[in-house]
Design a protein around this ligand. Structure first.
Ligand SMILES: Cc1cc2nc3c(=O)[nH]c(=O)nc-3n(C[C@H](O)[C@H](O)[C@H](O)COP(=O)(O)OP(=O)(O)OC[C@H]3O[C@@H](n4cnc5c(N)ncnc54)[C@H](O)[C@@H]3O)c2cc1C
Length: 394
């Protein structure tokens, strides 16, 4: 039997996140968006307030101090927070997906070492970051063929029982804010990319590790993205997550959470744009009546709503299947992100059109929502590349 009803806990989570977006995020979102220096636009205090409510630990099992939520919960939280601000939601999205990766692949000792202090933190200071993408390309690290010249360039070379990491990572979310970073590195650069990457985690104060350029982005300005630099960083085998050589495999497993999280975030941006456009269309009078009465505008708003509702059904179906352990499901989790991100781009541009000239001005959030939506088909795997991998399964 199909049941679309949220549980009581999920309804409560939705309401908590909706209220947080309304009362805490929305009033300050435009202010953080307008900060010119990207090194100063991370809303640490605001992120800390969400941490007090447990947002950062949503996907961590209760045994380690987390909320023990599933992907349906994640979809609910991400959509609601992104209605408030995409950048704020984005910081939690990265942190949650990474914590889930640790919980699913870490040894009990690693989970205790990495997740327990993270869950105990209520200040927002213990964010998590993960560096996969490199200056040579985010897609390059997923090179699926056998030629060892292609793929991840960062290396992890074994020396006297340690791993020595050299290389750099690009665009990492929460760069400069995170206390713990994950990193994808080649443990055997003479072997094919897919089977020679490994994942390591390291605290931000590890010798040889530093933060490079913090990016000045078009949107998502309340989040921090930047480079991670590894200069002879020495790590112990205890810092290796999962087995050596399984890094890309582990990363691909996270696409259930990433697809659901980033898809829902994109949907939240679209919903904010749709809600703003409906309100405006009811109040803007042209030729003696609200513009919502003109079919061209009314139909546009209906199309926006249909696209958002369709996106949510797809995402929550994928989230539900994952929560039930139904991984043989024929709906690839990347579909959630690809579909919803394209909805977000279209809906935000259409919303701007509904607002006419005001949509282009900074007085209304329409132009910010367009800027926030633009990146969603690019990050977390460019949509072209996700489609390419999905097409291989057909
Ligand atoms: C705001 C933001 C946050 C990010 N956060 C993180 C993070 O936390 N951690 C992290 O590791 N990365 C992060 N990224 C990186 C992101 O995942 C990459 O930008 C993305 O994977 C694309 O990589 P690229 O930008 O290097 O583009 P490229 O890989 O250089 O691709 C350029 C273009 O070519 C197309 N293309 C490339 N190869 C193919 C192919 N085989 N078939 C078809 N088309 C192809 C792509 O679709 C794209 O349009 C972030 C990026 C942004 C913008």
């Amino acid at each position: 039997m199909i049941d679309f009803e949220l549980t009581d806990e999920q309804k409560q989570l939705k309401e908590t996140c909706r209220r947080f977006a309304e009362k805490e995020i929305k009033p300050v979102a435009a202010g953080f968006d307008a900060i010119v220096d990207p090194r100063e636009s991370f809303p640490l205090e605001l992120i800390g307030k969400g941490c007090e409510l447990g947002f950062h630990t949503l996907l961590v099992p209760e045994a380690y101090g987390g909320m023990g939520g599933g992907l349906v919960d994640f979809s609910i939280m991400m959509e609601e927070l992104a209605v408030g601000d995409a950048g704020v939601a984005f910081s939690y999205a990265a942190t949650c997906a990474i914590s889930r990766m640790i919980a699913a692949n870490g040894t009990p000792e690693q989970c205790e070492r990495w997740l327990a202090p993270f869950c105990a933190d209520k200040s927002g200071e213990f964010a998590l970051g993960f560096g996969g993408t490199e200056p040579s390309g985010g897609t390059e690290i997923f090179y699926p063929e056998g030629d060892p010249r292609f793929g991840t360039k960062t290396t992890a070379v074994k020396k006297n029982g340690s791993y020595v990491i050299n290389g750099s990572k690009q665009f990492t979310t929460n760069a400069g804010q995170a206390k713990l970073y994950g990193c994808l590195a080649r443990t055997d650069k003479d072997a094919p990319n897919f089977t020679s990457n490994s994942i390591f985690f390291l605290p931000s104060d590890t010798p040889g590790f530093s933060i490079g350029k913090i990016e000045d982005k078009m949107g998502h300005r309340a989040s921090s993205n930047g480079a991670l630099v590894f200069d002879n960083v020495e790590l112990s085998p205890d810092d290796l997550l999962g087995e050596e050589g399984k890094g890309v495999e582990i990363l691909l497993q996270t696409y259930h959470a990433n697809g659901v999280g980033m898809g829902s975030l994109a949907l939240g941006i679209a919903r904010a744009a749709y809600e703003m456009a409906v309100e405006y269309a009811k109040e803007r009078n042209i030729w003696g009546q609200p513009i919502i009465r003109y079919q061209a505008i009314g139909n546009k708003l209906v199309d926006m709503k249909m696209a958002i509702e369709t996106g949510r059904l797809l995402i929550q179906r994928i989230a539900w299947a994952s929560d039930q352990g139904k991984h043989g499901d024929d709906v690839n989790p990347s579909m959630a992100k690809v579909y919803a991100s394209e909805v977000a781009r279209k809906v935000t541009v259409d919303a701007m059109q509904v607002l006419g000239g005001y949509g282009y001005m900074k007085d209304y959030p329409a132009e910010k929502l367009v800027r926030d939506a633009m990146v969603t088909p690019i990050y977390d795997g460019a949509n072209e590349v996700l489609r390419y991998f999905m097409s291989l399964e057909l």
